[in-house]
Design a protein around this ligand. Structure first.
Ligand code: ADP
Length: 625
């Protein structure tokens, strides 16, 4: 085959441009990325060979990653005997960025070089970092089991070439033609330090070949080459834990929590798990699979196995290694394996217990909760058995405090006569705090939880009760505020207007409003929920909340949904009192205006904005005359 020229996918070209022109510090990470790829490649072959021994090509089962320095030609070569790549894979893997994260990556670039470089790798662009130090990169690759090898070459400027090559063993050999700035990577001492720092935990030996022309130079293994999780805890430093986290999680933050333990008994397994300190970019993607890597006796099996951890713990990273799982079975069979279920149970129990311990330090726990609370709360809805544990770990924003609150804190601060836990759902805490549905509660000093995560809509209704206290929406159903004692600081003036309210024919107004609004609302009623606003809309107890209905519609799922709405009026409000004495015609016009006003405050679309504008102009005109 003659040489084929390909252009890089546009995103790759842009990325390479940044790599070549803007990233000058921390260049040593390219080596970590290439070693990490080589190690993954060996892992993948070891797994594939479980079901197809011929892939090992009759031996060569000693996996290794070899580094060779050629000072004369100023090249650095990294060779592995892993699974390799065929031609299509070279195009796919080294010409495009398959992962959906590229545009996120581009967006996350800050212009701050040291931060940007740390983002590389997190988005699956590790290989391209070799262009930080190389002016030309050659990848010789042969896929395990194939006879034909390939050579991929590029100078990182817009295009690459692929041609057949016979000079290649199983796996991949990556030759970096170093730029002047990359000369330091021809020095054995520098290479040793980099490998020791970043790749010591790699379970496959990383070997530096003897340097040609240097007399006392001999081949040397640079890393410990034993899987980190199998080493005793007291022999592992914080740096090694952290570096392994970067490798296994593709994360460049520091882990917020590290959990390393060995379970013995009915089933044996070792696990090294991490809770990140910041959200991975794909946390809310459609794929809710666990990202923990599963090994069986040090053989890598999968990194997205359903059933290893439940979806609400999908932010956990790390490895689980068990000798008690079967090796030669399909993923599907493994997913349903009863032993795996036992492992899951053990892992979840340990993780929740550690979270409980760490939740005692409120400000520290806040870091975790702000990042992963919205995901963990999915467990309230999905994991009935763990519900109480997760509820105890949950923290909430509230109308009464700027701090995160637990349900236990909330109940401890109940007002006299209060029996329920009140909440309101919406998309933004600042807006919720101002919503009319809260006025009566705030006036009485009753705390209301402000729930703004989409999942909140689902778990509150399925949980229903905490510590025998019902969870009650302030935006649904009639209020039960009368039974709750007023707090001392509530406003006295409001009481004095009560007599006036009694003089107006509020009952008459209620039925006139209902008549004017017809089927647009299910009911009109007076309410002590309101203290400042004249009206508000609420949903029906037990029905779908108005916020949920809007959320579903935004996602194109709420076609035709219209939960019944109740218009509540504030009998103490000046406008309402005066309206009670107006003609039917004015009541009818104002009824529509009030309903539209309540819709706007609620964040709903107006069914007829033109009619609203006309009514508003007329009302203003009347006011000005
Ligand atoms: P990542 O490793 O995060 O996926 P990279 O840009 O480093 O991103 O690599 C892209 C892909 O190229 C890898 O996912 C892998 O499929 C392939 N690849 C890279 N290096 C090797 C290698 N040494 N052997 C086999 N495949 C490799």
């Amino acid at each position: 085959m003659s040489e084929e020229k390909h252009t890089f996918q546009a995103e790759v070209a842009k990325l390479l441009d940044i790599v070549v022109h803007s990233l000058y510090s921390n260049t040593e990470i390219f080596l970590r990325e290439l070693i990490s790829n080589a190690s993954d490649s060996c892992d993948r072959l070891r797994y594939a060979a479980l079901t197809d021994e011929s892939l090992m090509e009759g031996g060569n089962a000693d996996f290794s990653i070899h580094i060779a320095v050629d000072k004369e030609n100023r090249t650095l070569t990294i060779t592995d005997n892993g699974i390799g790549m065929d031609k299509d894979e070279l195009v796919e893997n080294l010409g495009t960025i398959a992962k959906s994260g590229t545009s996120e990556f581009m967006k996350s670039l800050t212009g701050d070089e040291s931060k940007d470089v740390s983002l590389i790798g997190q988005f699956g662009v590790g290989f391209y970092s070799s262009f930080m130090v190389a002016k030309k990169v050659e990848v010789y690759a042969r896929k395990a089991g194939d006879t034909q090898g390939w050579l991929w070459t590029s100078d990182g400027r817009g295009s690459y070439r692929i041609t057949e090559s016979d000079d290649v063993g199983r796996g991949a050999r990556i030759v970096l033609h170093l730029r002047k700035e990359g000369d330091e990577y021809l020095e054995p001492l520098r290479l040793k330090t980099v490998v020791k720092t970043y790749s010591d935990h790699i379970a496959i030996p990383v070997v530096l070949g003897a340097i040609a022309g240097e007399e006392d130079s001999a081949e040397e293994t640079l890393n410990s080459a034993s899987a980190l999780w199998t080493r005793p805890k007291n022999e592992i430093t914080d740096e090694q834990y952290s570096e392994f986290y970067h490798h296994v999680a593709n994360g460049f933050d520091e882990p917020w929590h590290t959990l390393h333990f060995r379970a013995e008994g009915a089933i044996e397994y070792t696990s090294l798990l991490y809770l990140p300190s910041s959200q991975p970019f794909d946390l809310f993607g459609p794929d809710r699979k666990s990202k923990v890597k599963l090994y069986v006796n040090r053989v890598f099996i999968a990194d997205d196995l359903e059933g290893l951890l439940p979806p609400y713990l999908r932010f956990v990273r790390g490895v689980v290694d068990s000798p008690d799982l079967p090796l030669n079975v399909s993923r599907e069979m493994l997913q349903d394996n009863p032993q795996l279920k036992k492992i899951q149970k053990g892992l979840v129990g340990k993780l929740l217990k550690d979270l409980k311990d760490r939740s005692k330090d409120a400000s520290d726990y806040e870091m975790f909760w702000s990042a992963f609370g919205p995901v963990l709360k999915e467990g309230l809805y999905e994991d009935f058995e763990r519900r109480d544990e997760i509820l105890a770990l949950s923290r909430f924003r509230s109308s009464a405090s700027d701090d995160w609150r637990s349900l236990k804190d909330y109940v401890a601060d109940f007002k006299e006569g209060q029996g329920a836990i009140y909440y309101i759902t919406g998309s933004d805490t600042a807006a919720l705090k101002k919503s009319p549905q809260l006025e009566g509660y705030i006036a009485k000093g009753v705390e209301v939880l402000l729930l703004t995560d989409p999942i909140d809509e689902f778990w509150v209704t399925s949980v229903g009760v905490f510590d025998k206290h019902p969870l009650r929406s302030t935006a649904q159903s009639a209020t039960d505020l009368d039974s709750i004692a007023k707090s001392d600081d509530s406003d006295k003036d409001k009481d004095e207007t009560e007599d006036d309210a009694n003089n107006a024919d509020i009952d008459g107004l209620v039925s006139r409003l209902k008549e004017a609004l017809g089927e647009s609302v299910k009911e009109v009623r007076t309410s002590n929920r309101l203290t400042e606003s004249p009206v508000c809309l609420v949903g029906e107890q037990g029905g779908m909340s108005l916020h949920l209905e809007r959320m579903l519609k935004q996602h194109g799922q709420g076609e035709g949904l219209t939960s019944p709405r109740v218009l509540e009026i504030n009998p103490k409000h000046g406008l309402i009192k005066r309206l009670a004495n107006q003609s039917d015609e004015i009541v009818s016009e104002t009824a529509h205006l009030l309903l539209d006003q309540a819709r706007i405050v609620e964040g709903e679309n107006l069914p007829d904005p033109i009619a609203f504008a006309q009514r508003l102009s007329q009302a203003m005109e009347r006011g000005l005359l």
